[in-house]
Design a protein around this ligand. Sequence first.
Ligand SMILES: [Zn+2]
Ligand SMILES: [Zn+2]
Length: 158
Amino acid sequence: MARKQSSDISELSSPTGEGGGLALGPEFRLTKQRREVFEVLTGQRDHPTATEVFVRVKERVPGISLATVYNCLETLTQSGLVRQVNLDRAPSRYCPNLNDHAHFHCEACGTISDIDIRDAAALTEALDTAPGSVTHRTEIALRGLCPSCAAVPKALQN
Ligand SMILES: [Zn+2]
Ligand SMILES: [Zn+2]
């Protein structure tokens, strides 16, 4: 049986008409609610918190509850379709970009943007991990000023 590869993600975000969800392997079905949550995440890739996702999904599915949105986000994260991003002690944010990437957090405007990692092998090489350790995933967050905030003279910030 042919398993869906992660490169098929883009077709998941297109509407597929009515009736059941998309099958994503034997144990995971993309139900309507999960699909709405997923589409909200892919539609505006600004790393929203669960509450922000809730507000956006509510416009499409008025009856949905925050608890359901949390459940959908958890399932999507566990199934590997969405990545949970934790920065400092702030609420988790959600990112549908499954490519290896780092996050840039602007301390002035609060935006979080994706940074592509050009050479993942070189990055792994640059990190002096303990011999024998096994890395499951790498999370890199950079903090500073985004280009537009960095262009504002310091006296005008805040
Ligand atoms: Zn900024
Ligand atoms: Zn991201």
